[in-house]
Design a protein around this ligand. Structure first.
Ligand SMILES: Nc1nc2c(ncn2[C@@H]2O[C@H](COP(=O)(O)OP(=O)(O)OP(=O)(O)O)[C@@H](O)[C@H]2O)c(=O)[nH]1
Ligand SMILES: [Mg+2]
Length: 329
């Protein structure tokens, strides 16, 4: 692989798909040299980012995410948008299940010249997934994609990671399954900007409408996160394509309201600052636990604490004090 960052920067800005894909591969790499190169590229692209509408979509396996994104994405490219789809699934150890599914369920979008689909590898820590997805999103924006959709399976912690990097977070549900069955945690509803009941078609139409009312009632009990937005509950059929235009309208209305009030700029600023704080925490933790002395002393100290030979406070203090004296200067 070439190691001149400008080669990638120019290629991405020229909207060259191959260079875009190669840049994302660098971002996803675990080799330090690749990561350094990726950081330089992302930094240089930064002035060209931030203009996309960032949408997060979550939902349990089978909710219809892939079918929905295929249909919704195709609608958007039909409206003249350029759509990037990033799929992450860090909690799953399924053998690439969603990736295989996406290949077959996003047939049209996959060959659409105005769409770019990129499944993220399922491995890595949450911090790693967050970093890769964030940087991939930025690079896609620099490549001229004006809608970025980030898909995640709604089981695990990845939903909140995704919610913290998008403008609009959409939770896809299906009727006839309780929250618990759907594995959706209350925390996810709290960060939702809209809930969409999918599969509102055929025999399921009535049940979807009942579910819509139930979720609307449930949502009205939660204190809205934003003074400018009360999350609506909508229905759609990803298979029939109904309700999708209304969802897009809702996303635009949300964007409009939050932009006018200044909340959108504030939201993105907070997201950046939170992300920086997370990276600092994460970096400190890694630095600490990779210290040879800590690695050596930790097991013995844990044992002593477990045996009540030393207090947890004294054990922690002794490790921290060492780092202060050695590396803190
Ligand atoms: N009737 C009906 N079926 C749907 C609809 N959307 C999706 N399905 C079906 O539901 C099943 C699951 O859809 P997927 O799009 O693969 O769901 P997913 O959320 O991506 O699932 P995972 O990738 O496993 O997380 C498929 O058989 C779809 O055909 C819909 O609007 N109506
Ligand atoms: Mg899928």
């Amino acid at each position: 692989m070439l190691n001149d960052p400008q080669h990638y920067v120019t290629g991405v800005l020229d909207r060259d798909r191959l260079t875009l894909a190669k840049t994302i591969t660098l971002i996803e790499s675990t080799l330090p040299a690749h990561l350094e190169l990726a950081r330089t590229i992302v930094d240089r692209l930064l002035p060209h980012t931030g203009r996309a509408i960032r949408i997060g979509i979550t939902g349990v396996p089978g909710a219809g995410k892939s079918t929905y994104i295929e249909r919704f994405g195709t609608m958007l490219t039909g409206l003249g948008h350029r759509v990037a789809v990033l799929a992450i699934d860090p909690s799953s150890s399924r053998s690439g299940g969603s990736i295989l599914g996406d290949k077959t369920r996003m047939e049209r979008l996959a060959v659409d010249p105005n769409a770019f689909i990129r499944p993220s590898p399922a491995s890595g820590t949450l911090g790693g997934v967050g970093r890769k997805t964030r940087e991939t999103m930025l690079v896609c924006e620099a490549a001229g994609y004006d809608v970025v959709i980030i898909e995640t399976v709604g089981v695990g912690q990845s939903e909140t990671t995704v919610a913290s990097m998008v403008d609009f977070f959409l939770v896809l549900m299906i009727a006839g399954a309780g929250d618990e069955l759907q594995g959706i945690k209350k925390g996810v509803l709290e960060v939702a900007d809209a809930i969409v009941i999918n599969k509102a078609d055929g025999d399921n139409l009535l049940r979807a409408e009942t579910a819509r009312k139930e979720y609307q009632a449930a949502l009205s009990m939660l204190k809205p996160d934003s003074p400018n937005w009360s999350p609506p509950v909508l229905t759609c059929s990803a298979v029939e394509g109904t309700g999708l235009d209304k969802i897009w309208e809702t996303i635009l209305e949300h964007r409009n309201k939050l932009t006018i009030s200044g909340e959108m700029a504030e939201k993105r600023k907070t997201q950046d600052l939170d992300w920086m704080a997370f990276l600092l925490d994460d970096g400190l933790r890694q630095w600490f636990y990779s210290n040879p002395h800590v690695r050596e002393a930790l097991p013995a100290l844990r044992k002593k604490v477990a045996e009540k030979k030393i207090s947890p406070t004294a054990a922690a203090d002794s490790l921290l004090a060492f780092l202060y004296s050695r590396d803190g200067k």
